[in-house]
Ligand binder design. Structure first.
Ligand code: GLA
Length: 735
């Protein structure tokens, strides 16, 4: 008997079949009359399979009756389909020729298999050591259009992940009207769909539904990935829970307008697409463009052991292959941000006062938020004028920074580089710098317009202003904000159909430039909270401000949804003041600390107003952060209890609980938060996860338990009193 195939990419010439062999999954494609079909993605197979899944006998076209080609085109499980010639399902590619006609047919011409992975120029992308990655490129060709479509696949040692991207070139002028980064065919078998929906201050809330016939889609046409839908879909078996069931995860390394769509077809096949939103998209390709059009990278994961395993696969993938920052594996400085403390109403003395108290409490950095530049006393002016307001800061940013450093804190600063206020010197000098349709009054949002950074001179102008501040002071951290969607798409240089994507390429270029010039800078992205928290931005910044909603109880759902695919080390989370500014709720300070611990950790409050007892608690939280952050940041994350729609039955739950378990299972932190207290309710017996079954674990109070006891019988939580009460349990494996 032959040896089962190891990690690698294989091509069987006789079967004309490609097989991507991962740790526990296989991805298989095969040729049929030159068409590339999708055979399988799922639990690992030992050997290259046959291609019955392509149903070669179902299409009379293949038995020599060309009249039925249309039946073939509409039924064949194309790996990458193109519209206009009979495939009426949601297609991956739509190409219009110069005469306005749409139609194409893609046939295999060649392929290459190699170690490592190529960069996607100008776009965020996964990376890794040559030894740990195998890649495959398949060229498909349409002879009538002169169009070459290169499908790129990469797999990663130890992970059930396929990264896909597409590159398109043409030997004449053509317009790409839809380019998906990934298309996947599955046979529907009672599968359900999990997505993350949201709104401002309510980002990434899990949603789960049956996949009905027809098309279901999520997306954004806002020019940012957005607060509303999220660029992520999981197609799961009906029984899928944390530990069992089949789960297909799809995400995209992109931060602009995107589209995720699923069609359950007439034959109960699922076609699952993810890529740039085709709404208004039209990209011109021409023979003199040597690089071709590169679609952003899509990330596909597979798990046959439930959602928990999908989550940990995404976390590992992002930590190993996507987040580049040198701070990724470092404990981030505990920062205090003055936004909720002062809003626009601060001056140097107020910030120094906060810094002095913060220093005593053990906080390590002060971040000066919005309001330090131009005449910015409210949100209706000065964006674009990145010169210090001397009324507030008579000694400039540099002078303030020196004083903060003398107190013993590092300093960070807020910018919103992509924006321009109509009431700004920049706008008065260059009204054309704002994105607008000639002759139409553009829509305002937060009293501001978006800069047309697709123009180099605009990018340079704003970049230089930001860089000048950083060059002239000892700033260690930047919060890069973006507070409105893009409307009124018009530009003096960029074609409307290309605008959104070129805008994103410009944002990526600016952030790349910033990191190149200031390699030690800790960058945190932000978009009115978490409106552009996506894999694309994490390529540039190791952390993202998760949400403007800092209420600890609301954050339980928001952070759970975020951590569904993003590692805790990337989640910007702070303790803020009560009653909470957004929802008006008061939650125990201890619980606020526990919730912020599942992230980068920091404060968002006027610490000078706290009493001694509260300051003492902050001291303890600082210690807690230093004690547990390595475990939270580097460990494996397990959802234990949840009230969200992620798993059937969660609607009966009253608590959230999660665990951060050391990779070697030597210790684990359990956080348990009771959302609402109830009368005559008993303490909860909850089953823990991820422990070593035969090891003994000890709590600080001396109680000991076996791993298998905690994972099968469960752990009896303390009886907690009141809404939002929380507890933290640190289990350490005994020697
Ligand atoms: C956004 C951010 C906030 C804050 C304000 C400042 O809303 O999410 O944290 O920085 O902008 O205007």
């Amino acid at each position: 008997m032959n040896k089962p195939l190891d990690f690698g990419i294989y091509y069987d010439e006789i079967k004309e079949t490609f097989m991507l062999q991962m740790e526990g999954a296989s991805y298989v494609m095969a040729l049929c009359d030159g068409y590339l079909g999708h055979v399988y993605f799922g639990k690992k197979l030992g050997y290259i399979p046959g291609k019955d899944a392509l149903r070669p006998k179902d299409y009379t076209y293949l038995s020599g009756k060309p009249a039925d080609k249309c039946v073939f085109m509409d039924g064949f499980p194309f790996e990458y389909s193109i519209s206009g010639t009979g495939d009426f399902r949601v297609n991956a590619l739509k190409v219009r020729n110069d005469d306005g006609f749409v139609g194409g047919e893609l046939k295999y011409i060649s392929h290459r298999i190699y170690d490592g992975k190529k960069d996607l120029k100008g776009l965020p992308h996964s990376f890794g050591k040559e030894d740990d990655i195998k890649s495959l490129e398949i060229d498909l060709f349409d002879k009538d259009l002169g169009l070459t479509v290169m499908l790129c696949y990469s797999i990663f040692r130890g992970l059930d992940v396929v990264a896909k991207s597409v590159n398109i070139k043409a030997d004449r002028e053509l317009y790409l009207e839809k380019v998906m980064s990934s298309s996947l065919s599955l046979q529907w078998n009672n599968h359900e769909l999990i997505t993350l929906h949201g709104s401002w201050a309510r980002e990434r809330i899990p949603d789960r539904r049956v996949i009905g016939h027809g098309i279901t889609s999520i997306g954004s046409s806002r020019g940012i990935s957005g607060h509303q839908d999220h660029p992520f879909m999981a197609v799961v078996s009906q029984d899928a829970d944390e530990d069992t069931g089949e789960v297909y995860g799809v995400s995209i390394v992109y931060s602009g307008s995107y589209l995720g769509e699923i069609e359950r077809t007439q034959h109960n096949e699922l076609r699952i697409n993810m890529g740039i939103n085709d709404d208004g998209f039209s990209w011109k390709v021409s023979p003199d463009d040597d690089e071709g059009f590169a679609a952003p990278e899509a990330i596909l994961t597979y798990s046959d052991s439930g959602l928990g395993s999908m989550t940990r696969t995404f976390h590992d993938f992002m930590r190993k292959h996507l987040i580049r920052s040198k701070y990724l594996h470092k404990k981030r400085p505990i920062l205090i941000n003055n936004w909720e403390a002062t809003y626009f109403n601060f001056d140097e003395e107020k910030l120094l006062e906060i810094a002095r108290v913060a220093k005593k409490a053990g906080i390590e950095m002060l971040v000066m938020d919005d309001g330090w530049f131009g005449r910015r006393d409210s949100d209706n002016c000065s964006l674009g004028d990145w010169t210090v307001d001397r009324k507030k800061l008579p000694n400039g940013v540099d002078g303030l920074c020196k004083k903060i450093n003398e107190i013993g804190l590092e300093m960070g600063i807020w910018f919103e580089p992509e924006m321009i206020s109509p009431d700004s010197d920049l706008f008065r000098a260059h009204p054309d710098y704002a994105i607008q349709i000639p002759g139409r009054d553009p829509s305002w949002c937060r009293s501001q317009y978006v800069l047309d950074i697709t123009r180099k001179e605009v990018r340079d102008c704003v970049y230089e202003q930001v860089a000048e501040i950083l060059r002239s002071s000892n700033i260690k951290y930047v919060k890069w904000d973006m507070n409105r969607p893009i409307t009124d798409v018009g530009s003096t240089v960029t074609r409307a159909g290309e605008f959104h994507h070129r805008y994103m390429l410009a944002v990526y270029e600016m952030q790349e430039r910033l990191l190149n010039e200031f390699p030690d800078l800790l960058l945190e992205n932000c978009t009115s909270g978490g409106g552009r928290f996506d894999p694309g931005m994490l390529y540039y910044s190791p952390q993202f401000w998760c949400s403007d909603d800092t209420d600890a109880i609301e954050r339980l759902g928001i952070q759970e949804g975020t951590a569904l695919i993003y590692p805790p080390s990337s989640i910007g989370a702070h303790v803020s003041i009560c009653p909470n500014h957004i929802v008006g709720r008061t939650t125990d300070l201890k619980t606020r600390g526990y919730v912020a611990l599942l992230g980068t950790f920091g404060y968002e409050m006027d610490i000078t107003k706290l009493n001694d007892e509260e300051l003492q608690q902050i001291n303890e939280q600082v210690e807690m952060y230093h004690k547990y952050n390595d475990l939270v940041r580097e460990g494996d994350y397990y959802r234990i209890c949840s009230c969200s729609a992620l798993i059937h039955g969660n609607e009966y739950k009253k608590s959230y609980a999660w665990m951060n378990v050391a990779v070697d299972k030597s210790e684990a932190l359990l956080t348990y938060i009771q959302v609402r207290g109830g009368a005559n309710e008993r303490s909860e017996m909850i089953r823990l996860k991820g422990l070593q079954p035969d090891a003994e674990y000890e709590l600080p109070d001396g109680r000991t338990f076996y791993g298998d006891e905690l994972m099968n019988i469960g752990f009896l939580t303390d009886k907690l009193y009141g809404d939002g009460a929380g507890a933290l349990y640190h289990f350490v494996r005994r020697k």
